[in-house]
Design a protein around this ligand. Structure first.
Ligand code: TYC
Length: 113
């Protein structure tokens, strides 16, 4: 992903700040990768539709990501803060179940993959 260092002011570099200098670094929230898993039953077109609808991909990108899942077993679909990631997971899994497909969406803290 990006190159911004996700350091925290509580790390040991804090101890190196001269007196009266203010630590202006932001405390960044943890990020979560949302992924889709492959299965043998969900139609490819349905997965492409999910990627477009919930992960805002255009048709060409969604098709590439769907094929990556189909060939490798899973693919990352987006990186979000915890509540947004949780919402995507619930929305995708509910939509898949409502449509009677076994498609599975999950999330994992970024860096723990
Ligand atoms: N493997 C499925 C098929 O052949 C397609 C598929 C792709 C299913 C991605 C799930 O997350 C998935 N119909």
């Amino acid at each position: 992903m990006g190159t911004k260092k996700r350091s925290s002011p509580t790390e040991t570099t804090e101890l190196l700040l001269p007196e009266r200098q203010v630590d202006t670094r932001l405390n960044l929230p943890p990020l979560y990768t949302v992924y889709l898993l492959n299965d043998d039953y969900t139609p490819m077109d349905f997965v492409v539709e999910v990627l477009m609808r919930y992960f805002l991909m255009d048709h060409a990108v969604a098709t590439q990501v769907m094929l990556q899942i189909h060939q490798k077993g899973r693919a990352n679909c987006g990186l979000y803060t915890r509540e947004i990631a949780e919402t995507k997971v619930v929305q995708v899994n509910e939509y898949a179940r409502r449509s009677q497909y076994p498609l599975l969406c999950g999330m994992i803290e970024s860096g723990a993959e």
